[in-house]
Design a protein around this ligand. Structure first.
Ligand code: GDP
Length: 299
């Protein structure tokens, strides 16, 4: 409803301010306008290559259509952004029963929180949800996931700190099969600095899943923190080298001026953005809606 849209707009305030598109109202289209626009887009972390491409297209179109006013130009820009982002809209694929969702991401990006929020949404839609605590490296990670499982009303399967993560996933799979539950969300360790180990660990988990459910995991969701700006892009590139990624959950869009990263992610990574996080609370996870996002930047 409109209340949710309002909170989304509030969440994007800092990015909207960084872009400051309202400053461009009522101006003439000239070289300085393009230059300022370019600067603002880069400032909001749209990314240099994406920005240059966008500005170049705007220049051409302005010339071709003999655009005189900034208002017309901004309208074209809005449509262009919507068109770019439409390619990156994606829904969660939960056609299998059970469906396994593997969740990846560097520590601190909001992985646990996102899993909790997602579990709640799926529960609310009538599915039974189980969490597997396969980040067994830190006891605190297991405890945090337990807190979120409780909040979401989801069952959790866990092992001792230091247990083989794949063994936790194996146990979780056996129990969801026995109980006939719908969705298994697997938390994983986020130690990207030890890429070889992480790769081995993830591949082992994937094997355990695929052995029981051929063709799965149904989703491999990568969690990225919008606050980290361009760094989120390089994290995603590294994870793509480790495994396929079927979707992105972009957290902390609230409270960052770097929300333009959504556009950079879409343009540079070509991975669907399935969710955006706009706060710390359990209800603060939204399906990514390109139109809602773009409109919120312009108002
Ligand atoms: P993890 O280490 O990746 O599992 O990260 P956590 O889920 O523990 O989250 C790290 C911090 O980010 C916590 O303080 C969360 O409350 C916060 N956080 C997660 N998602 C969001 C979000 O969408 N918005 C805001 N403002 N904070 C978030």
């Amino acid at each position: 409803g409109s209340k949710i849209l309002k909170s989304f707009k509030e969440g994007l305030k800092k990015t909207r301010d960084a872009l400051g598109l309202s400053d461009f109202a009522g101006r003439q289209v000239d070289e300085s306008l393009f230059e300022e626009l370019e600067e603002r887009l880069i400032l909001a972390d749209v990314g240099v290559s994406t920005t240059l491409k966008l500005i170049e297209e705007l220049r051409k179109e302005a010339k071709k259509k003999k655009i005189k006013t900034s208002d017309e130009l901004l309208e074209i820009m809005k449509e262009k952004l919507k068109a770019i982002l439409k390619n990156c809209k994606g829904e969660l694929n939960l056609t299998e029963k059970p469906s396994v969702i593997l969740v990846l991401g560097v520590n601190g990006v909001g992985k646990t929180t996102t899993i909790g929020k997602l579990a709640k949404q799926l529960k609310d839609s009538g599915l039974s949800v189980v969490l597997a605590a396969a980040d067994t490296f830190r006891a605190a990670a297991i405890e945090q996931l337990e807190v979120w499982a409780e909040r979401a009303g989801a069952r959790i399967v866990k092992g001792q700190e230091g247990t083989d993560p794949a063994a936790v996933v194996f146990d979780a799979i056996q129990s969801i099969k026995a109980k006939g539950e719908d969705v298994l969300i697997v938390d994983t360790a986020g130690r990207l600095h030890n890429k070889q180990n992480l790769m081995k660990e993830i591949h082992k988990i994937k094997k355990v899943i695929a052995r029981e459910f051929p063709g799965q995991p149904a989703e491999i969701l990568l969690v990225l923190d919008a606050n980290t700006g361009q760094n989120a892009i390089s994290q995603a590139k590294t994870f793509k080298e480790i495994t396929d990624v079927t979707g992105i959950a972009l957290t902390k869009l609230d409270g960052t001026a770097k929300g333009g990263i959504v556009i950079a992610i879409c343009n540079e990574l070509k991975i669907p953005i399935k969710f955006v996080g706009i706060g710390e609370k359990i209800e603060d996870l939204r399906k990514f809606d390109p139109n809602e996002f773009v409109e919120s930047l312009f108002e």
